[in-house]
Structure formats: structure tokens, C-alpha cells
Design a protein around this ligand. Structure first.
Ligand code: FPP
Length: 239
């Protein structure tokens, strides 16, 4: 096991988080659900900073799923507003933070302004080494359909042959192309489901489920999840 210079085991290179429990957090306080998401966005800032301090190279967060459009118009536009604010702040502080931002998901359903902001953030941050991936209008099944269509289009255009398709080649058509699979996936809030998150990439991930709502999730909770991950014995199907 690789050790850091403090003799602690090195953290996972890639951590993914399902930021769950914002609604319940707000309800417990008699606040609108959007207040929960707003607190969740602040938690994200703290946790992203802590990941950076620990030396985690990739952080992927589930911010909006393909199913989340079923929520009220008020809640959907509240989350989009938070995303816009988060990206504007990231652009402003980009040189200080040095974090590359990417998006996993079908952005074409977002407003043209937000799509433009996403593209600008990706382009301006592309040379930084530490990376944060926002899953927006993301679904694991949708990602596979999108990849299958893109491959089929390349076959139809004569650029690929069906028999060329391997697991490695298919992975290059996913939103997560070039990003290693997450070693650790954390889901707070007490729910124990994958909810269509990183279905392909999670084949060998360790899941840690925690009984804390996302707005209350602290850097110490992240440390605990990483400790739990180090206690697991990853065998990748071997003995
Ligand atoms: C799930 O909790 C959370 C979401 C669907 C939205 C996540 C969004 C944020 C954390 C806001 C920050 C986002 C950005 C892009 C900066 P839930 O609402 O389903 O909680 P519940 O299960 O308690 O109702």
C-alpha cells in the first residue's frame, strides 16, 4: 500500500460522492428544499478543498440526475442557479484553486447560458491536474446509450468496425473518458442504492454508505470513509 510522507496510506486517487440528503436536512429545519441544496453546495466547497489537501486527484459529484427533472420547477431552477453561482465563483478563483472542471452528462437540456458557462469553465481549466467532475443531467444508463450511439455512428461512418469494440474502447466513448475509475464511492444520508450513478465505472469501486445528511457531511466524515476504504481488501475478482 502506498504511503504518504506522514506514513498514512495514500488516499484513493478518485473519490465519487452521491450528495444526498439535502431535502431532509431542510425539512428538519422547516426550510424550503432549495435551502438544503444551498447548504449542500457549501459542503461541496469544503469537501473539495479537503480532497485537495489530502492529495485526491479526481472528485466526481452527482449534482443532478436524468431523473431529477421530475422535481418541482422551483427546485430544479434553484439547483441550476446554484450550479451557475458555483461555476462563476470557480472561474473567478481559478488561478488560486488550480482545479480542472469537467461535466459528465447531457448538457443540451440546460439553458444556452448555462451550457456556455460549462463550456467556458471546461476550456479555461483544462490544463490543471486536479480534477472535479460534475455529473449534471447524468444517468449511468443514459451514458451507456450515448456511448453506444457514438460508437455506432463511427461504424456507420466507416471509422470503426463492430469487432474492434472492447471494454477499453467503449470506455473512451463514455463521459468519463480519460478519467480512472473511482476506487471509492460515498453515499451519505443513510440510503443504500447506486441510483444510476457511474454504473460502468463502479464495477470494482468500494461503496461506503454513511448516516449523515450531505449538508452536515464534514471533512472528518471524509477521513472516516477513507479509513473504511483502507480497511477493505480489494481483490478485483482474484483470491
Ligand atoms: C440529493 O438530495 C441532492 C440533489 C438532487 C442535488 C444536489 C445538489 C447540490 C448538493 C447543490 C450543489 C450543486 C451544485 C451543482 C453546486 P435530495 O434533495 O434528494 O435529498 P432528500 O433525499 O433528503 O430529499
Amino acid at each position: 500500500m502506498a504511503l504518504t510522507n506522514t506514513n498514512k496510506p495514500a488516499p484513493p486517487e478518485h473519490i465519487a460522492i452521491i450528495m444526498d440528503g439535502n431535502g431532509r436536512w431542510a425539512k428538519q429545519r422547516g426550510l424550503p428544499r432549495t435551502a438544503g441544496h444551498s447548504a449542500g453546495a457549501e459542503t461541496l466547497r469544503r469537501i473539495a478543498k479537503h480532497c485537495n489537501t489530502l492529495g485526491v486527484k479526481y472528485l466526481t459529484v452527482y449534482a443532478f440526475s436524468t431523473e431529477n427533472w421530475k422535481r418541482s420547477q422551483e427546485e430544479v431552477s434553484g439547483i441550476m442557479k446554484l450550479l451557475r453561482r458555483y461555476l462563476e465563483e470557480s472561474l473567478r478563483d481559478m488561478e488560486k484553486n488550480q482545479v480542472r472542471i469537467r461535466f459528465f452528462g447531457d448538457l443540451t437540456r440546460l439553458s444556452p447560458e448555462l451550457q456556455q458557462l460549462c463550456r467556458e469553465t471546461e476550456a479555461r481549466s483544462q490544463d490543471y491536474k486536479v480534477q472535479m467532475n460534475f455529473c449534471i443531467n447524468y444517468g449511468g444508463r443514459d451514458e451507456m446509450v450515448h456511448a453506444a450511439r457514438a460508437f455506432a455512428a463511427d461504424v456507420a461512418a466507416g471509422m470503426r468496425k463492430p469487432e474492434e469494440l472492447t471494454e477499453d474502447l467503449l470506455a473512451t466513448y463514455l463521459y468519463s473518458a480519460d478519467v480512472p475509475d473511482p476506487e471509492l464511492i460515498i453515499r451519505p444520508s443513510g440510503e443504500q442504492r447506486t441510483s444510476n450513478f457511474l454504473l460502468w465505472q463502479s464495477a470494482y469501486s468500494e461503496y461506503v454508505f454513511m448516516n449523515v445528511l450531505w449538508p452536515d457531511f464534514s471533512p472528518e466524515d471524509l477521513d472516516r470513509a477513507i479509513e473504511e476504504y483502507h480497511r477493505r481488501n480489494r481483490r478485483f475478482g482474484g483470491t
